[in-house]
Ligand binder design. Structure first.
Ligand SMILES: *[C@@H]1O[C@H](CO)[C@@H](O)[C@H](O)[C@H]1NC(C)=O
Ligand SMILES: *[C@@H]1O[C@H](CO)[C@@H](O)[C@H](O)[C@H]1NC(C)=O
Length: 515
């Protein structure tokens, strides 16, 4: 009898152990790592604002593996999302703009939700996961999902607004819920439905639109950021010795009527008036707190339904955002503020105590990380030409970092941004200490390194705001030479277990205080 009981218990334990883990895949749009949680532990970004009110993400972070230094592969929506969702970099997806569909211009690559679907998961998407648009993402990529894709019915109503920000009175919100309100509600209903069939594993992707422009949020969130407490950046000038090609005229922001009326040119070393800068910052922060609130309601429902113990939760924002630093706005650049974004993964039983990593990571790492965390068949590394390979990765699973296996990890990470209709490409690389960028001629999806349009080097040890390009400084010549070789060798040579891996020591160069 006791033996029978024991074996039943073992059997149950076994079933529990092998029950596939669900995934709640949460995404925010245009969110730089401006969360209360980051402020507690670190210096990012320069503290020119009141404390952020992001209790939901702060509490998720406390039971997650948080990468404090995660970098996107290209700082604009569709290229960044396509890269993360296919696990490949822009030079493999060939998506550098908001129109192209990787299955047409790159290859028929399997996406993250599609892979879970192939493994027997129910894959459900809503809001902004792929970049929506005419051709873009082939209308949310139907192959990726088992259920019909959901968009808020109120999206049209709210995109008609042409002011850069708007604090919505409660009565108006009642009449016309905001798109993210509806996305959160839809997610909550789905979770209730999914909880009724615990044997069916799910991959539930919830993509919030905020804090993307226009900054529209229920008005009460603005009370968190009183005008007199919102500071403006103290570095409103372009970096010293910055090549012009690095600059973006933030046309996206200037297309809103209130900004257009200012006749701002977007030129280097011009910026928006101080009161406008302050209002935009308040709007951005308020939109973040609003998104955080909705995200909290979704995570709470998951817990209420008893799914918390068996659901992996990932969160990321698709790239950073410039809020007037350097006089710059929006994304569309290779600067730290554009390429650095929040990313965290909560794995029940593994990350419950919370882990903060200072290792450099990349958005292409998330696909293999979630696959490993869920215990699905591991993804192979992409071959040099992966055009015909449906499933592979160009990033590294975080599992060795999460398990604390020791071993080596990549010491440099890569992003890129095109200019001039992709006839020029800026390749940028972050090491522990430096950001190094080369803008070069780009043809047939390949850089022509000898045709240079500009070089940038920022020494984060003494210049964390990237105010001073020292690429041409004699004192940095040896470091520049090494960094250039690393950048041109590309991401593969940064992989610790790559046979050609070369560990450079540019980070160990002495600090030059006086230039
Ligand atoms: C792309 O791959 C999917 C399976 O992942 C397949 O169903 C589809 O037919 C393929 N499309 C093309 C154009 O090869
Ligand atoms: C922008 O202003 C900064 C600070 O005055 C100066 O160092 C830099 O050279 C200027 N850049 C251009 C392109 O005018």
């Amino acid at each position: 009898m006791r033996l029978l009981l024991l074996s039943t218990l073992l059997c149950l334990a076994h079933a529990q152990l092998h029950k596939p883990k669900n995934v709640l895949f949460l995404v925010a749009d245009d969110l730089r790592p401006q969360l209360g949680y980051f402020q507690d532990s670190a210096d990012f970004p320069t503290p020119v604002h009141p404390r952020m009110h992001t209790p939901s993400l702060d509490s998720l972070a406390k039971r997650s593996f948080v990468s404090r230094r995660a970098y996107v592969q290209q700082a604009v929506c569709s290229p960044s999302r396509t890269s993360l969702l296919t696990g490949r970099r822009p030079d493999t997806t060939h998506v550098y703009d908001l129109e192209s569909y990787w299955r047409k211009v790159g290859g028929n690559y399997t996406t993250l939700p599609q892979y879970f679907k192939q493994q027997g998961y129910r894959s459900i998407g809503m809001g902004k996961i792929f970049h929506p648009g005419p051709l873009a993402s082939g209308n949310d990529d139907p192959i990726s999902w088992t259920d019909p894709y959901y968009h808020s019915e109120e999206e049209q109503h709210w995109t008609e607004r042409k002011h850069s920000w708007y604090a919505v009175p409660e009565a108006e919100r009642q009449a016309h819920p905001l798109p993210d309100d509806q996305i959160a509600e839809h997610a909550i209903n789905k979770i209730k439905e999914l909880a009724k069939d615990p044997s069916q594993p799910f991959f539930l992707a919830v993509g919030f639109h905020k804090p993307h422009l226009p900054f529209i949020f229920p008005e009460k969130f603005m009370d968190l950021y009183p005008s007199d407490r919102v500071n403006v950046p103290d570095n409103i000038y372009a970096p010293r010795n910055m090549p012009d090609i690095a600059w973006s005229k933030y046309g996206e922001l200037r297309s809103y009527t209130d900004i257009e009326e200012l006749h701002a040119s977007g030129d280097i070393n011009t910026t928006l008036p101080i009161d406008v800068t302050r209002d935009l910052r308040r709007g951005y922060y308020s939109a973040i707190s609003y998104m955080d609130h909705l995200l909290g309601t979704v995570v709470d429902e998951l817990m209420n339904q008893g799914l918390g113990d068996n659901t992996i939760i990932s969160f990321w924002g698709d790239h950073g955002w410039q809020l007037g630093e350097h006089g710059e706005w929006c994304k569309h650049t290779n600067f730290e503020l554009s390429t650095h974004a929040p990313m965290m993964v909560s794995i029940p039983g593994m990350t419950d105590a919370g882990m903060v990593s200072e290792k450099l990571t990349e958005f292409v790492d998330l696909f293999p990380t979630l696959v490993d965390a869920a215990g699905l068949p591991t993804m192979p590394l992409c071959p040099a030409d992966s055009t015909k390979t449906e499933l592979c990765r160009e990033g590294e699973s975080w599992m060795p970092l999460i398990r604390g296996d020791g071993g080596q990890w990549k010491d440099r990470v890569f992003s890129q941004y095109p200019r001039d209709n992709s006839k020029i490409m800026g390749y940028t690389m972050r090491t522990d200490r430096f950001r190094y960028t080369e803008w070069v001629k780009f043809r047939d999806y390949k850089p022509e390194w000898q045709k240079l349009f500009g070089v940038e080097l920022y020494d984060h040890k003494i210049d964390p705001e990237e105010n001073n390009n020292v690429a041409a400084a004699a004192a940095y010549a040896p470091a520049t030479k090494q960094l250039s070789a690393q950048l041109r060798a590309g991401w593969r040579s940064a992989r610790p277990d790559d046979p050609r891996s070369v560990r450079y020591d540019a980070d160990a160069w002495p600090i030059f205080q006086h230039l």
